[in-house]
Write a protein that binds this ligand. Structure first.
Ligand code: ADP
Ligand code: MG
Length: 227
């Protein structure tokens, strides 16, 4: 399909750019970050004290964008292992929970029970789940945001996790655009998260599917192999 070809071309341009600049840009960025931190600790300059956190945030954001682009070019080789479902998800949730707290969002996991395993690369799975949950949190427009994760379906070959949120949801048109490179509705978004994770998931033999209703929320179905 023509559309697809255009996106693939865009992707390879992104890849080349990322490979060329990422390492070069990261080092000075780290130096500047360290200097700002150093200068702002021991200073009587009120302006510097006030604005330093903002500068640090922006530098962190820049670094994150570079990381997003980099994982497009070199996702690395997946190392597939059989992972206990509940323990793996609890581990991932402990990483993202602080972000939820920051946005008044409760993240809950309904345990499936001890006997469930998935075959996945732990690092890939972490990155994907964190991206999905982060998007859910960022879709919240209310003070009682809830993200619920549970085992949606399972058979001998695969299992499906549901990640549901009560955020703003997506229109049918928005749903068709999710996952396209650079598609974002956020002022500070990169529009790369979904594309990267669907690639990672497919690489480990899984699948990702979105259901959403504008105004009421989104459900992401993440299917993973179990053997
Ligand atoms: P980014 O988060 O940088 O915008 P993503 O690829 O992660 O890029 O997401 C693309 C877009 O898809 C988001 O900007 C948002 O509009 C939409 N989206 C993704 N997940 C959700 C969700 N759970 N609820 C509502 N919209 C979502
Ligand atoms: Mg995102």
């Amino acid at each position: 399909r023509l559309e697809e070809t255009v996106y693939l071309e865009k992707l390879s341009v992104v890849g080349q750019m990322a490979a060329a600049i990422a390492h070069e840009v990261r080092n000075p960025l780290t130096t500047v970050r360290g200097m700002i931190q150093f200068l702002s600790v021991d200073t009587s300059d009120q302006k510097l004290k006030e604005y330093a956190p903002l500068l640090l945030d922006e530098l962190d954001r820049t670094n994150k964008i570079i990381t997003d682009y980099l994982s497009l070019v070199k996702p690395g080789n997946p190392s597939l292992k059989s992972l206990p479902l509940d323990r793996t998800i609890e581990e991932i949730l402990s990483l993202i929970a602080p972000y939820g707290v920051l946005h008044n969002t409760l993240i809950t996991y309904k345990k499936a029970g001890g006997e469930y395993y998935v075959v996945a690369d732990l690092h890939y799975l972490k990155q994907c789940m964190i991206n999905i949950i982060k998007n859910a949190i960022e879709a919240m427009e209310r003070h009682d945001g809830v993200v619920t994760i549970y085992l949606y379906a399972a058979d001998r070959n695969q299992l499906t996790l549901a990640i549901e949120d009560n955020g703003k949801g997506m229109t049918e048109e928005e749903l068709t655009k999710i996952g396209l490179p650079f598609y974002t509705t956020k002022t500070k978004g990169t529009g790369l998260g979904t594309m990267i994770m669907s690639r990672l998931i497919r690489e480990i033999g899984g699948n990702i599917h979105y259901e959403s209703k504008s105004g009421s929320g989104t459900r992401v179905l993440l299917t993973l192999p179990v053997r």
